[in-house]
Design a binder for this molecule. Structure first.
Ligand code: PLP
Length: 416
């Protein structure tokens, strides 16, 4: 349970809270453009200050000078597993069960196939109608190639109502990407297991900000992005967790040479690697993996429990100040109970896209998800209480004085 925390009632109190913040020195590890309040770390994390130096070294020394010897000498070949173990430590996974590779979408495809292969005779995949679309699109791909069937759950029903002995696997996001609502992952995993199905968690909005405990709750598989709260950079490779008990039996459908037991033996036939490496496919993007390493470096020494505590305080402060400024004019779609939300606050507003563009023009960056959700993500690594206070003020100005009615704010860009 989250402890009741006092919500600052003035900007001065926010300044005092920032001065006393146990994470205040961590904020300085990130590049913060002057005049910008960045509340979109749930979409693309801010840039750690160490990135340019790290990437520069990988480019100049490891690639430029050491050339191909870096696959061995600089540990390039092992990066997917060494970085995987570092992420494993943040999501409650013992070493040897997590790899950094490919995209979340591709990893979902692998995990679904693997789960179906472990549960022969069962053909149903259960997911949620409100899932992030790629999860559902990838299920459609699996349905098309395997003949499996997909059933969609509505969170208002009990998950048990979906579970019978035809269900092979359940794929759910721990945090709803639109509303920020958090599911009880432990309880759901238990119920899914009681029905004989396997549980796959999408942790895109959890990793690096929530106290995830994959081994303890007995999750079977998990996937997630590294470019959100893990600050790995735009398009950084994703992670995949597979519980050790499944390594031998699971079949991974994308049988590329990096998942081979002996890739450099160049054997004619495919033989899967024995551990988590079987979930790799082809040659890995080393420059992008270096970005993931820099993101993880920026979190060294930071306890996830401290991040969670600050995240709950920041989201609570934003909601309280928005309520105070806007009252019923603000329809907050995110659960009020700290234990029932992730690290974002969402507002339903019909003209939300234009309001968000007006806010961005005033230096507060969040994003918009169709049809009517304005999202504000709060990365506790680099967001301050004072910024949250000021952002709520700018939101209220933008809604009340209606600058969003200007035509320039209503033109939709490709990425919203
Ligand atoms: C919940 C969720 N799942 C999956 C994805 C997509 O990940 P990728 O583009 O790495 O495949 C996202 C991206 O925002 C997401 O929020």
């Amino acid at each position: 349970m989250a402890a009741e925390v006092h919500v600052p009632g003035s900007r001065e109190e926010c300044l005092a809270r920032d001065a006393a913040d146990p994470l205040r020195d961590v904020v300085a590890r990130f590049h913060k453009p002057p005049g910008i309040i960045y509340l979109d770390g749930n979409s693309l994390g801010a840039m750690p200050r160490g990135v340019a130096a790290r990437l520069g070294d990988v480019v100049e020394r490891e690639w430029g000078h050491d050339l191909i010897t870096s696959w061995n000498k600089a540990g390039w070949f092992d990066l997917p597993v060494t970085l995987g173990d570092r992420i494993g430590a943040l999501i409650g996974a013992a070493p040897g069960q997590t790899v950094v590779t490919d995209t979340t979408s591709i990893n979902i495809y692998k995990c679904l196939h693997a789960a179906l292969s472990l549960n022969p005779g069962r053909t149903v995949i259960v997911s949620e109608a409100q899932s992030f679309p790629t999860d559902l699109y990838m299920i459609e791909g699996v349905v098309a190639t395997t003949g499996a069937q997909c059933l969609l759950w509505n969170r208002r029903e009990a998950i048990e109502s979906m579970l019978d002995d035809s269900v092979a696997a359940v794929l759910l996001s721990e945090v709803d990407y639109r509303t920020g609502a958090l599911i009880d992952a432990e309880a759901v995993t238990r119920k899914v297991h009681e029905a004989g199905a396997l549980m796959i968690w999408d942790l895109c909005h959890s990793a690096g900000v929530l106290d995830v405990a994959l081994d303890r709750i007995g999750a079977d598989f998990a996937v997630g992005c590294t470019y959100k709260y893990l600050n790995g950079g735009p398009g950084a490779p994703a992670f995949l967790y597979a519980a050790e008990r499944h390594h031998e039996g699971a079949r991974q459908p994308l049988t590329g040479w990096w998942g081979h037991a002996r890739p450099f033996a160049f054997e004619r036939d495919f033989a899967p690697a024995s551990g988590i490496r079987k979930f790799l496919c082809g040659t890995q993007p080393i420059l992008s993996l270096a970005g993931v390493a820099a993101g993880l470096d920026a979190m060294v020494g930071v306890a996830v429990s401290d991040l969670r505590r600050k995240s709950q305080a920041l989201t609570g402060l934003f909601m309280a100040h928005v309520d105070a400024l806007l009252g019923p004019a603000a329809e907050i779609a995110t659960p009020r109970e700290p234990d029932r939300r992730g690290s974002q606050v969402s507002l339903k507003f019909g003209e939300g896209y234009a309001v968000m563009q007006a806010m961005i023009s005033k230096g507060v960056i969040g994003d918009f998800r169709a049809p009517d959700i304005m999202r504000f993500g709060f990365s506790p690594l680099y967001t301050t209480y004072t910024e949250v206070w000021d952002a709520a003020g700018i939101l209220s100005e933008c809604i009340e004085s209606e600058p969003w009615r200007e035509v320039r704010f209503t033109r939709r860009a490709a990425v919203t």
